[in-house]
Design a protein around this ligand. Structure first.
Ligand code: LAC
Length: 228
């Protein structure tokens, strides 16, 4: 049975939830915009660092991208407030369909690991505080190879740590760039598309598409049930 490697931010937990902490310093509409632009800038910095062959860990990237987003928008968010917003990253809420779906997958014998750009400390805190740790066998951080998704070494390193051929591991993510990157590196993929978004056309289509973790569990359990 394939090992399932789950993306963390945007797939298991909601990074846009930080708008609640941002709303301490900003009006709600601005906080929502900053949360979205921060996330985009955070990912852009990971892509650019990796393309440059340069590395700062995801905690650094998360801090710098928040500071730069706030500055670029001409907003006044004091440093202690920025610190508390970054700290909220360790307390992001799980998306509501995740717990029940993971429970079904675990019960059906799937090995469930997290594969994230987050540092090991960030991943552990996030899983612990979200209550998802009970459903997860282990976690693997891109930090080990000092590069970010979708660099192929991130996915290959996960396969090496899991101890299975990369072709026997399925990356589950809501982020199309992650799904395309995992496929390019040799993994099977599943895209969790909760919003009815379109899938980018420059990479191969996902091997599986589910609108929720409930549907994902149903699909995986029926696909991988041994034929009698
Ligand atoms: C992660 C980011 C890409 O968890 O969402 O790796």
């Amino acid at each position: 049975m394939a090992t399932l490697a789950f993306d963390l931010y945007g797939t298991l937990v909601d990074p846009i939830g930080v708008r609640e902490q941002l709303a301490v310093a900003l009006d709600e509409a601005t906080a929502a915009v900053v949360a979205q632009l921060w996330r985009q800038r955070q990912l852009e910095y990971t892509f650019r660092l990796t393309a440059m062959g340069s590395y700062h860990d995801f905690n650094w990237v998360t801090r710098r991208s928040l500071a730069d987003t706030v500055t670029a928008l001409g907003l006044d968010v004091a440093l202690p407030t920025q610190e508390s917003v970054v700290a909220a990253y360790d307390h992001l809420s799980p998306l509501p369909d995740v717990g029940p779906g993971l429970k079904l997958l675990r019960q059906s014998g799937h090995r469930c690991v997290v594969l994230s750009n987050g540092t090991p400390t960030m991943i552990e805190a996030c899983l612990n505080n979200s209550g998802l740790l009970d459903y997860i066998d282990s976690w693997i951080s891109a930090d080990t190879v000092r590069a970010f998704k979708p660099a192929p070494q991130v996915y290959q390193n996960a396969a090496d740590i899991i101890g299975q051929p990369i072709t026997e591991i399925r990356l589950v993510s809501s982020n199309p760039f992650d799904v395309i990157g995992a496929k390019a590196a040799g993994m099977m993929t599943a895209w969790v598309n909760r919003t009815g978004a379109f899938f980018e056309t420059f990479g191969p289509a996902p091997d599986m598409v589910a609108s929720s973790f409930g549907e994902l569990a149903h699909l995986l359990i029926s696909v991988e049930r041994p034929v009698e």
